[in-house]
Design a protein around this ligand. Structure first.
Ligand SMILES: [Zn+2]
Length: 420
C-alpha cells in the first residue's frame, strides 16, 4: 500500500504547528508548504468545511495557507494528507498505492516465487477494490475469475430464460450446476480482492472461497448423476448412493481445506498436501462416472460427442492441479512472474477452461441422452437436490464460522510463527 493509503495515513503523525515556506506553485499560484508534512497536496480552500480534505479525513489539521509539492508526493511517500483532486492543478488523485516487496509484508501473505507487487497487508476495502485497476501481483488473479463469472452468469441466465423451471424437472440438475459454476469464480475473485485487508480477513476470504468450490463440486455431482452416468451403472447401488457420498465429501473437504490454512506458515508442505487432498478427493469421486464411461464401458449409448469434452475437461483439470501444486514457473525464476504468468493465474485459466468444457459436455449429454435417460433413469427429485444443497450449505457455513472464530481464539504469533 502506498503513501496515501488510509491505513498509513492513520499511522502518520499529524501536523501540529507547521512552519510555512512560501513559493510559487503550478500555474503561478502562490502556495505554501509546511516542513512537517511536505510533500502534502493541499487545497486552497482547505479551511472550508466543504473541503474534500476534511471530507476525506475528518479532523485533519487545516493549514492557514495551501501547500503543494507534486513531485515529492509522487516519490517519497511521506505526505500526510489524503490525495485529492484539485482542479487547475495536476491530477494528484490518480496516484496509486505504492506496492510492497516480499520482506515488507508479514509471512502469511508471502507467495512462493513472488517477490514484488504485494498490496499493503492492512488495506481498506476501498483500496482493495481500487487494486482491481492497479497492476499488483493479485490483479490478474482477480480478473481471471471475475470475467468468467460474468460469462457463466450470462449462460446461466440464458438457460434459465429458455427453461420452463416449474415443469421441466429434467433440467433442474443442469440449473443447479450452472448456478454453482457462477458462484465459485465470484467467490474466488472476491477472496483475491479483499485478502489484503488483514491476516484474519485473508484466511476468512479463502474459507469462503473453499466453501464455494465445495458447492460447485456438489453441483457437478448432481449434474453427473442426472446426465453423465454410463448406461451400465444407471440405477445401480453406486448410482443410488453417489450423491449422498458426494455430500459427505463436501463436508470433509471444507473441513480439511479450512484446517490446512492453520499450517500455512509452520508446515507449508503439509498445508499444501492437505489442501490438494481436500479438493482432489471430491473431484475424483465426482469423476468416477466419467472414468468408468471412458475406460470401462466404451461404446455404450453414452458414447457421444460429449465424451471428447469430458476428456478435455479432465486433461485441463490435471493441468490446473499441476500449476496449483508445482508453483511453476515462478519457482524457477523468482521475481520474473510477479505480475503476469505466475502459477496461480495459469491455474485460474485452466480451471475456467476446464469448467467451460465440462459445461459443454453436460449440455451435450443432457440433450443427446434425454430420451434414453427419461426411459431408464429415475430423475432426481426436488427434495433430493434441495436437501443435498442445504446440507452442503449448512455444514460448509458451520465449518467456516468455526474456523473463522478459531482465528481469533488462537494468538497471532502461534498462528503465524514459522517452525524452526
Ligand atoms: Zn485463486
Amino acid at each position: 500500500m502506498g503513501p496515501h493509503s488510509d491505513s498509513q495515513h492513520l499511522e502518520m503523525d499529524r501536523c501540529s504547528e507547521p512552519a510555512f515556506q512560501r513559493h510559487t506553485g503550478p500555474g503561478g499560484v502562490q502556495v505554501s508548504s509546511c516542513e512537517c508534512c511536505v510533500p502534502a497536496p493541499f487545497l486552497p480552500d482547505a479551511r472550508d468545511p466543504r473541503s474534500p480534505v476534511k471530507q476525506l479525513r475528518p479532523g485533519w489539521p487545516a493549514h492557514p495557507e495551501p501547500c503543494q509539492n507534486f513531485e515529492q508526493v509522487l516519490g517519497t511517500g511521506t505526505g500526510c494528507h489524503p490525495p485529492v483532486f484539485q482542479p487547475g492543478f495536476k491530477m494528484l488523485s490518480l496516484k496509486l498505492p505504492r506496492l510492497l516487496n516480499m520482506e515488507q509484508v508479514p509471512q502469511v501473505f508471502h507467495e512462493q516465487g513472488i517477490l514484488f507487487g504485494y498490496r499493503h497487508p492492512q488495506s481498506s476495502a476501498t483500496a482493495c477494490l481500487l487494486s482491481l485497476f492497479q497492476m499488483t501481483n493479485e490483479t490478474l488473479n482477480i480478473w481471471t475469475h471475475l470475467l468468467p463469472f460474468w460469462f457463466f452468469s450470462w449462460r446461466f441466465v440464458s438457460t434459465l430464460q429458455a427453461t420452463d423451471i416449474l415443469n421441466d424437472s429434467y433440467s433442474w440438475p443442469l440449473l443447479v450446476y450452472m448456478g454453482a459454476s457462477c458462484l465459485f469464480p465470484l467467490a474466488s475473485s472476491c477472496a483475491h480482492t479483499f485478502s489484503s485487508m488483514s491476516r484474519n480477513a485473508r484466511h476468512i476470504c479463502y474459507f469462503l472461497d473453499y466453501g464455494a468450490v465445495n458447492l460447485f463440486s456438489l453441483g457437478c455431482a448432481i449434474a453427473y448423476s442426472a446426465y453423465v452416468f454410463p448406461d451400465t451403472l444407471v440405477g445401480t447401488t453406486f448410482h443410488d448412493y453417489y450423491l449422498t457420498l458426494a455430500v459427505l465429501n463436501t463436508i470433509v473437504s471444507i473441513w480439511l481445506s479450512c484446517y490446512s490454512r492453520f499450517f500455512e506458515i509452520q508446515k507449508p508442505g503439509l498445508c499444501k498436501m492437505l489442501r490438494v487432498l481436500a479438493f482432489a478427493f471430491p473431484y475424483t469421486w465426482d469423476s468416477l462416472p466419467i472414468l468408468f464411461r471412458v475406460f470401462l464401458f466404451p461404446g455404450e449409448s453414452a458414447e457421444n460427442e460429449a465424451t471428447l469434452y469430458h476428456q478435455k475437461h479432465m486433461a485441463m483439470t490435471l493441468l490446473a492441479s499441476f500449476f496449483y501444486s508445482a508453483h511453476l514457473p515462478e519457482r524457477l525464476a523468482p521475481g520474473r512472474f510477479d505480475y503476469i504468468g505466475h502459477s496461480h493465474q495459469l491455474f485460474h485459466v485452466c480451471v475456467i477452461l476446464a469448467t467451460h468444457m465440462q459445461m459443454e459436455a453436460i449440455l451435450l449429454d443432457k440433450t443427446l441422452r434425454k430420451e434414453w435417460l427419461l426411459a431408464h433413469c429415475r430423475p432426481l427429485l426436488f427434495a433430493q437436490i434441495a436437501g443435498a444443497i442445504l446440507l452442503c450449505l449448512i455444514f460448509s457455513l458451520s465449518n467456516i464460522v468455526y474456523f473463522s472464530s478459531a482465528l481469533y481464539r488462537i494468538p497471532e504469533p502461534e498462528l503465524h510463527k514459522k517452525e524452526t
